[in-house]
Design a protein around this ligand. Sequence first.
Ligand SMILES: Cc1cc2nc3c(=O)[nH]c(=O)nc-3n(C[C@H](O)[C@H](O)[C@H](O)COP(=O)(O)OP(=O)(O)OC[C@H]3O[C@@H](n4cnc5c(N)ncnc54)[C@H](O)[C@@H]3O)c2cc1C
Length: 317
Amino acid sequence: MSIAIVLIEHEAGTVRSASLEALGAAQAAGCEVVAVATGSDAANTTAALGEHGAAKVVVLGGDKYSPDGLAGDLAKIVREQGAKAFLATASSTGRDIAPRVAAELDCALFSDCTAFEADGDSFKLVRPWLAGKLIASLKSNAPVTCATLRRNTFAPKATGGSAEVMQVDSSTDFRAVLSKIEAKAEGMLDVAEAPIVVSGGRGMKEAEHFSLIENLARAFGNAAVGASRAVVDAGWRPHAEQVGQTGKTVAPQLYIAVGISGAIQHLAGMKTSKVIVAINKDADAPIFKIADFGIVGDAFEILPRLTEAVLEARAKV
Ligand SMILES: Cc1cc2nc3c(=O)[nH]c(=O)nc-3n(C[C@H](O)[C@H](O)[C@H](O)COP(=O)(O)OP(=O)(O)OC[C@H]3O[C@@H](n4cnc5c(N)ncnc54)[C@H](O)[C@@H]3O)c2cc1C
């Protein structure tokens, strides 16, 4: 059985859902999973990781985050464990670390993959290319297959097991170190992780009208607000909410695009969403070509009614 090393992301010891999905992907590919958790609260992740299929958890001690230091430590763990795969999520952390690990191992990186399967001693992977216009099926011949996995694409697998825990000191041999993280406002879900995303575009006309988008997101209870680049460029919404080629890639259970035309660069970030609903007053808007459900009409009339309907439906559950 091949060993896969999975880099775990967590917040104060609570494992991010995307990392549980990466554990699920490694198990589905028939790998024995070695999870690596880093940072001062890393030890708090071990139970959850064991329950989600990790045979072993390597806890990398240390409270400093250094991308080059961590990549060096991970490459060392890959070599020591004799792993055939190194997996991270296609998050900003994964994008920061995985290419460095691949470089340390002198292997190629398969980024933002939507499929990961065993193929004998190696692996087959699928990833969208050219902003999702092409879907590439790839076979890795690398001694270690390094990949980042798209979030909300792979299923986590609860096994109810427990993991062997190994404590390892992180290297102090690094060039760059993170000095400060500014936390986002409490209670807001990350657009890349939320199961429901309500995104607004230029059709919302001005920043203040995004309260209608926020109300709908709040009505669902588990939704995040997203935005097109046009509104981020206009300064109506923060870049952290931008969905698309130069923003975040999302694949929620439900994506609601309001007043968004459906430019290819926006679609690149959301077209693998499970169910897409588009609200646009232009029946010919390109977003309707990929939408599962379309509402042709004025967002300012539809959003309050939709919000009310969602609240009513949730009150009945
Ligand atoms: C290199 C590059 C990278 C890019 N990266 C991204 C990216 O990451 N993400 C991204 O989103 N874009 C990106 N873009 C920009 C992209 O090409 C589009 O310009 C942008 O997505 C358009 O945003 P929009 O749909 O909000 O605005 P518009 O295209 O102006 O569409 C507004 C829509 O709102 C509708 N509308 C207007 N009024 C109402 C109303 N009252 N009710 C309902 N509907 C209404 C209109 O019919 C229209 O369809 C990128 C472009 C380039 C060149």
